[in-house]
Ligand binder design. Structure first.
Ligand code: AHR
Length: 499
C-alpha cells in the first residue's frame, strides 16, 4: 500500500491567513490564574504576567487570542475587571462554578496580548446582557477619548485606544448549558441589533455571529440558517466549535477526526451560501473556527462535581498523548485546506485548560505533545495554500466509515520559493508516499520532521519528562526530476520542507 500526491502551484486555494493560528484564553480553571497570570511566580513581571508562558506563546506562533470566554463570558460583567484591583468585586462564575476575583481583566489582557505579540479577539456577553453593554465595552476599548468610558480607559492607564478589530457576538448561545441560552430567532435578532450598534461606534471592526457549538447539536445547520437570515449583512464571520473526545479508546476513529471537521466546514459554507443566495448577497461569509481541539470531555463532569465554589481550580487539565498530537496536526491541515473560507481559528485553550502549554502554580511551564504540530505549522505554513488531490488507501472507522489513510495540505511561499507539505498517516503501518512536484521541479527536499505515535501512542509530556513527545528528524529524501518517495511512519504527523 502506498499513496501519491501531486503538487502544482497553478492550483491555489488562497493565502494561508495568519489568523488561522489563533488560541483562546478563557477565565476558566487555571488558564488565566496560574496560567498566563501569576503574581509572585519566579518568572512573573511586575504586572504578574508569567514570562515563561509568554515565551512559549511566542514560540508557538500564536496569532490571535480570543478572550474572555467561552461559557464564562455569558454572565460576565466586563466593568468588574477594570480599575483599581482592590475595588474589584468577587463574583460567582456560573459557567464553571468558580469564584472570579476579577484581579485580571480587560486592561491586563491587553497588556499581556501586546507582550505576547498577538491580536486580541474580544467576546461580548449576549447571554445575560445586550446591545448597551456591548457598546459600552467597545467604547471603552476603541474610542479615542472625550467620553465617559473612553476617558475611564485613559484614567486606567491606556491613553491610546486598544483598536480591537475582531469581536465575537456572544458564545455558544445555541447550547442549553449556556447562561442566557436562546433560540436561533432570539439570538439572531439580538446579534443583528448589537452588530448594527457596534458598527456605528467603530465601522472598522469585524464581527463574528455564533454558529453551532458542535455539528452534533440537534439544531445544527437550521441554527446557522436562521441566525444568518438575521445577521448576514451585519457580520463578517459565522463561528464553528468542535472538540474530539478520545476517551472511548477508539483510536481508528479519533485519528479520523479531521474528516468530521472537514464535513463541518463544508456544511457551514453551504448553509451560509444558501442564505447569501436567498438574500442576494455577493459577499461570501467566512468561518471563524474559534474553538477546536482534542478534549477528554467526559472528565469535565467529575471536575465540576467534586467541589463547591472555589477560586481557579484545576479544570480539564488533559494530558495529551502522541496520538492526540497527530490529530491536532491533522485538524490544522483541514483548517488550512479551507483557507478560502476559514478566516480565523482558535485552538482552545492556551494554558492548562485542554492546552498546549501546561504550568504548575509556583513551578515550571512545559510543552504538551500538541504544542509541536501547532508551532511547526504556524511557522512553516506561509504563502499560498495549494489544492492537492492525494490518492490514498482507506481504512474503516466506527465513527466515520471508510476514510483515507493519508491527509495532506501543501503551502507554497512565492517570496522565498519554499514549499511545506504537511501529511498525516492515520494508519497503523508505515505509508510510502510518492510525491510529484509538478510545476516546482527545481525544489529540493530540505527536511522531513515527524511526530510519530506508532511506537508509544499513549506517551505524554509531563513536568518530570517534558520532552518525551517531540518531533524528530528523518533522513531527507532525494528527488529525481521533481519526484521523490518518503516513508510516513505509522500513525504520524509529518512536515516535509522543500526549497
Ligand atoms: O473551551 C471550553 C468550553 O467549551 C468553552 O467555554 C465553551 O465555549 C465550550 O463549550
Amino acid at each position: 500500500r502506498s499513496a501519491q500526491l501531486t503538487i502544482d502551484p497553478a492550483f491555489a486555494i488562497g493565502p494561508a491567513d495568519r489568523r488561522i493560528f489563533g488560541s483562546f484564553v478563557e477565565h476558566m480553571g487555571r488558564c488565566v490564574y496560574g496560567g498566563i497570570y501569576e503574581p509572585g511566580h519566579p518568572t512573573a513581571d511586575s504586572r504578574g504576567l508569567r514570562r515563561d508562558v509568554l515565551d512559549l506563546t511566542r514560540e508557538m506562533g500564536v496569532s490571535v487570542v480570543r478572550y474572555p470566554g467561552g461559557n464564562f463570558v455569558s454572565s460576565y460583567r466586563w466593568e468588574d475587571g477594570v480599575g483599581p484591583v482592590g475595588d474589584r468585586p468577587r463574583r460567582l462564575d456560573l459557567a464553571w462554578k468558580t469564584i472570579e476575583t476579577n484581579a485580571f481583566g480587560l486592561d491586563e489582557f491587553m497588556t499581556w496580548a501586546t507582550e505576547a505579540g498577538v491580536e486580541p479577539m474580544m467576546a461580548v456577553n449576549l447571554g445575560t446582557r445586550g446591545v448597551q453593554e456591548a457598546c459600552d465595552l467597545l467604547e471603552y476599548a476603541n474610542h479615542p477619548g472625550g467620553t465617559q468610558l473612553s476617558d475611564l480607559r485613559r484614567k486606567h492607564g491606556a491613553e491610546e485606544p486598544y483598536g480591537v478589530r475582531l469581536w465575537c457576538l456572544g458564545n455558544e448561545l445555541d447550547g442549553p448549558w449556556q447562561v442566557g441560552h436562546k433560540t436561533a430567532d432570539e439570538y439572531g435578532r439580538l446579534a443583528a441589533e448589537t452588530a448594527r450598534a457596534m458598527k456605528m461606534i467603530d465601522p472598522s471592526i469585524s464581527l463574528v455571529a455564533c454558529g453551532s457549538s458542535n455539528r452534533r447539536m440537534p439544531t445544527f445547520a437550521a441554527w446557522e440558517a436562521t441566525v444568518l437570515e438575521h445577521t448576514y449583512e451585519h457580520v463578517d464571520y459565522i463561528s464553528a466549535h468542535t472538540y474530539y473526545d478520545p476517551s472511548d479508546g477508539d483510536r481508528a476513529s479519533i485519528l479520523a477526526s479531521a474528516v468530521d471537521m472537514d464535513n463541518f466546514i463544508t456544511d457551514v459554507v453551504a448553509t451560509a451560501d444558501h442564505v447569501a443566495a436567498k438574500q442576494r448577497h455577493t459577499r461570501k461569509l467566512k468561518i471563524s473556527f474559534d474553538e477546536w481541539n482534542v478534549w477528554y470531555e467526559s472528565r469535565l463532569k467529575a471536575d465540576l462535581d467534586r467541589r463547591g465554589w472555589v477560586e481557579a481550580p484545576a479544570l480539564i487539565e488533559d494530558d495529551f498523548t502522541a496520538v492526540d498530537a497527530v490529530v491536532v496536526g491533522d485538524l490544522l491541515i483541514t483548517l488550512l485546506r479551507h483557507a478560502d473560507r476559514v478566516g480565523v481559528a482558535c485552538q482552545a485553550q492556551l494554558a492548562n485548560v485542554i492546552a498546549p502549554i501546561r504550568t504548575r502554580t509556583g513551578g515550571p511551564a512545559w510543552r504538551q505533545s500538541i504544542f509541536h504540530p501547532f508551532a511547526l505549522t504556524a511557522r512553516y505554513a506561509r504563502g499560498t495554500v495549494l489544492r492537492t488531490e492525494p490518492v490514498s488507501p482507506t481504512y474503516e472507522t466506527k465513527r466515520y466509515g471508510d476514510v483515507p489513510v493519508l491527509d495532506t495540505v501543501a503551502v507554497h511561499d512565492e517570496e522565498t520559493g519554499e514549499l511545506a507539505v504537511f501529511a498525516v498517516n492515520r494508519g497503523s503501518d508505515d505509508l510510502p508516499l510518492e510525491l510529484n512536484l509538478r510545476g516546482l521541479p527545481e525544489l529540493r527536499p530540505r527536511e522531513h520532521l515527524t511526530l510519530a505515535a506508532g511506537a508509544d501512542p499513549a506517551a505524554t509530556n509531563t513536568e518530570a519528562e517534558p520532552e518525551r513527545v517531540t518531533p524528530r528528524q528523518l533522513t531527507t529524501p532525494t528527488t529525481d526530476g521533481g519526484r521523490c518517495t518518503v516513508r510516513l511512519p505509522a500513525c504520524s504527523w509529518n512536515l516535509l520542507r522543500f526549497a
